[in-house]
Design a protein around this ligand. Sequence first.
Ligand SMILES: C[S@@+](CC[C@H](N)C(=O)[O-])C[C@H]1O[C@@H](n2cnc3c(N)ncnc32)[C@H](O)[C@@H]1O
Length: 284
Amino acid sequence: MTVLEVIQKSTEFLARKGVESARLQTELLLAHALGLPRMKLYLNFERKLTDAETDTMRELVRRRSLREPLQHITGTAPFAVWEMTVNRHVLVPRPETELLAEAGWQFLSNINSPPPTALDFGTGSGCIAIALAAKRPNARVTAVDNSSEALAVAKQNAGRNGVAARIEFVQSDGFTAIPAGSRFNLIISNPPYIPSAEIATLQPEVRDFDPHNALDGGADGLDFYRQLAAKAPDWLAPGGKLMVEFGDGQAPTLEKLFAEQKWIVEAVRSDYSQRQRILIAQRG
Ligand SMILES: C[S@@+](CC[C@H](N)C(=O)[O-])C[C@H]1O[C@@H](n2cnc3c(N)ncnc32)[C@H](O)[C@@H]1O
């Protein structure tokens, strides 16, 4: 079969299996199978695949048809200008989280003395911590997660992106194992925020492949925000800020929750689809 025929057949097959953007997904899988940039496929529509290439592509399409995320199949996901290795132990980084990281590094750039410090709470693939360390070379970043498997991926990603020496990785259930006396200018988090009962209703790519531990925010999805609102003040340096991502529709409840715990909610920002997704607060 030619490149074009493979694209057409695989697109049809994946669309029948309910995969969104089936053509784009097919092209990305084929580019991966052939070791080519996706755009090069367009210059090679008439090229015939070898038997080995056909077998490889068939296997990739089979996995995607079972709704395994593209990023798990290729083993990598973009996060702004960085690439993150991903697997079943970490959440696949989402585009809206780039906006959270950007708010974080912009805030850190205003802190001149002594080196700014940041805590990434629930680091997963390490994407936020790595972005902060890469954009603010003078910052000291601590990245915590309760999953040792996630931390192993985050460390690998820090190495891959050249910032391993400037991030301290701590396995911690919430704040419990963070060294006593630490104070951070920035506490930043994309915590689990899906209400437990809603997880079963999510797309298979998320429900069956993102770690449950990265999704489950408790009965109403807000357990981690309650924990952050109550405990983050003990870990914030004077003038420090808390920046959190949250789920679509959670903004009003969260603004109330943080205000009740004596936080001043300074901003609620929207994602690329104009949905409110990021809350920035400081202590009153
Ligand atoms: C929604 S994911 C975010 C991952 C990454 N920061 C991102 O934005 O892509 C939440 C992360 O919190 C971690 N987590 C869940 N419960 C935790 C706990 N009790 N203490 C620390 N981390 C926890 C999960 O392992 C997961 O990596």
